[in-house]
Design a protein. Structure first.
Length: 640
């Protein structure tokens, strides 16, 4: 009995090391797959040898995708209170309507909403009602990794349909040892009436419940008064009112391993929020938004069937319920979506990797503004990766996508060359996006109506990039271009807002990123983007820049680490943005300077602080929605 326990424990540790390790990767960046296994024999506690089976695991490696990865360690060092704040720290533009809890959406290469896919643990979670995802519903303490892919070239199945890019979110994995943690913070905007503006606390447990079973759970609650000072339109200093948020989230996941590293899981995430929405700075009729979201998921993973096939299947039920109470009308929206995502990848050859994936979804919407509708959508996708030599490889993804009566074939091609000090990537792809339910079915009223005659958005894109390694400051440069037609935008048509296909648009841009470590304690990161775009629609908007898209965005961060202190100074810049396609008025550029610091006070306690907008910049992301000035957050994390 003792031998079985010792051997089983060793076996489980080896499995979890390869399954959960951030360092689990292929021997070379373009290799077909990796074979890892335990020693043939292991000495048990009584000195006898126990024979262990070989363990195989295959980790897919992108050929032509360019992913920016932010691990749990990176997230913990920043001490941001929400996922939107984390995404902004990467240099990604955010379209935000205010402080914590207010609507916020990332913009990548001039695209936002449904054109930027959000994938959580292998399942796309964009709403079929409006194409967006409520990042507030995510507990940042539950996130293990965030990966940002820019552009519409995606090799895996879960991110299919992206035009501007994909944000992949991986939740925390299980721990071999039991871990408890508490995170409590308070935040101030230096308002004398509310010196402690925002308070939050998060509790989590992660550990084993049996020899092969693991449990993870998190609970978080936040109260934000959001009464920050701002400079009003008449140059007077005022305080934001009617913008407080009370919300909470809880999630739990149970995972069990069986046989040779195979596993299944079941989990649930719930979020509820009561949000006062102040509207524009001149609004006299603030409203209330109530959110109740639930995400129930289950899945099974087989990392090495017949020692050459990796298979993963996830099923998810999402319930997104929103109620608005604001003049001149109130509305309710209930969206339920069932998703089945399954992939299988073949690693039996060093020259060819083959992936086949499918996503089948059924969404039911019951909305005050849209009525009741049932929509089936999804795709079938195949990706073939060819490794000609150790230097040259290519990727051939092809998807068949559908949404209701709309069907499209989406082909892509990516080429890669890996030399000793430099890598080159060249890819081209079709972009296709189907209208969402708001655009199609919005009930006709005196101020807005939907448009059932909308055509799917369509287009072609491509990029060429160069990454230079083994130099003092490794860097990469990517030049990209998109031609996008049948673009859908809400416009004023005969005095009423309506979504229309605005002919076509042209995009041309350049991304630059770099990172280096100096003196073993300083890490420097920088990235920037230049974007040129023009509308090609006939009429008065021809040749105009697309609204809300800046020419230049960028970020720089400096991280200092020693045994007692971790400090990060980061800056984010967003350039001039026009507020309409007429380009008659604009929002001024802004620069945000932030500081975060952690103090390692012993084995279990970590006090920290974060200062946002140190320069107290007066800025807006959306016209007439003021954003916070300088703020200070102080907190403490305890782990044991």
């Amino acid at each position: 009995m003792r031998k079985r326990i010792v051997a089983g424990t060793f076996y489980l540790m080896v499995v979890c090391t390869f399954i959960f390790s951030e360092d689990a990767a292929l021997p070379s960046e373009n290799a077909a797959g990796s074979e890892t296994y335990a020693d043939d024999s292991s000495e048990s506690g009584d000195g006898s040898l126990t024979v262990l089976p070989h363990l195989y695991t295959y980790v897919d490696s992108p050929v032509a995708e360019q992913r920016s990865v932010f691990t749990r360690a990176d997230i913990e060092k920043l001490h941001v209170e929400s996922v939107p704040a984390l995404i902004a720290s990467t240099g990604t533009q955010l379209l935000s309507y205010g402080a914590y809890g207010m609507q916020s959406a990332p913009s990548i290469r001039g695209f936002t909403g449904s054109t930027v896919r959000v994938v959580i643990d292998g399942v796309c979670v964009n709403s079929q009602q409006n194409g967006t995802f409520d990042f507030t519903s995510l507990n940042i303490d539950d996130i293990e990794k965030i990966e940002i892919v820019r552009g519409g070239f995606t090799e895996d199945s879960s991110g299919e349909g992206a035009v501007g890019g994909v944000i992949y979110i991986t939740t925390k994995k299980q721990s071999l040892s039991q871990q408890f943690s508490v995170d409590a913070f308070t935040k101030t905007y230096f308002n004398a009436s509310f010196p402690f503006d925002t308070e939050g606390v998060a509790l989590s447990f992660n550990g084993r419940t049996g020899e092969n079973s693991f449990l993870r759970t998190n609970v978080k609650g936040t109260f934000a008064e959001n009464t920050f000072p701002y400079v009003a339109y008449d140059d007077s200093t005022r305080y934001r009112k009617d913008s407080n948020v009370v919300d909470g989230s809880g999630d739990i996941q149970f995972t069990h391993f069986f046989d040779y590293g195979n596993s299944w899981y079941v989990g649930n995430n719930t979020y509820a929020g009561y949000k006062n929405s102040a509207g524009t700075e001149t609004a006299t009729t603030p409203g209330v938004q109530q959110d109740c979201n639930n995400r129930l998921s289950a899945g099974v993973t087989f990392p090495a069937i017949a020692k050459c096939i990796k298979s993963e299947t996830n099923i998810m039920w999402q319930s997104n319920n929103q109620q608005y109470d604001a003049a001149p009308e109130a509305s309710k929206h209930y969206l339920n979506t069932v998703s089945l995502v399954s992939t299988a990848s073949y690693f039996g050859s060093k020259k060819i990797n083959q992936m086949l994936g499918t996503s089948l979804n059924l969404a039911y919407l019951d909305s005050t503004n849209d009525g009741s509708h049932l929509l089936a959508y999804g795709f079938v996708k195949s990706t073939t990766k060819l490794f000609f030599t150790d230097v040259f490889s290519c990727s051939l993804p092809v998807a068949l996508s559908f949404s209701g009566d709309n069907v499209a074939v989406v082909p892509k091609l990516g080429l890669r060359a890996d030399c000793n000090k430099v890598s080159f990537i060249l890819d081209g792809y079709r972009m296709c996006l189907f209208p969402d339910m708001n655009q199609l079915y919005w009930t006709e009223s005196q101020y807005a109506s939907g448009n059932k005659d909308l055509l799917p958005e369509d287009g072609w894109g491509g990029e060429v990039s160069c990454s230079v390694k083994q130099v003092l400051v490794p860097f990469s440069v990517c030049v990209f271009s998109n031609y996008y037609f049948n673009k859908i935008q809400w416009q004023n048509v005969n005095g009423r807002w309506q979504p229309v296909n605005v002919a076509s648009a042209f995009y041309l841009g350049c991304d630059v990123s770099m990172q280096t470590v100096l003196f073993s304690c300083l890490t420097l990161k920088a990235n920037g983007e230049y974007l040129y775009n023009k509308l090609l629609a006939e009429g008065i908007t021809y040749g105009k820049r697309i609204m809300y898209t800046p020419e230049v965005t960028g970020s720089v961060s400096v991280t200092y680490e020693n045994n007692f202190l971790t400090a990060i100074v980061d800056a984010q810049y967003v350039g001039l943005r026009y507020v309409s396609n007429l380009n008659a008025s604009y929002l001024a550029p802004y620069l945000l300077l932030n500081l975060s610091a952690s103090f390692h006070a012993g084995k279990y306690i970590t006090p920290y602080l974060r200062v946002d907008n140190i320069l107290n910049a007066d800025y807006e992301s959306i016209p007439d929605y003021p954003m916070p000035g300088i703020s200070l957050m102080v907190g403490v994390k305890a782990k044991w």
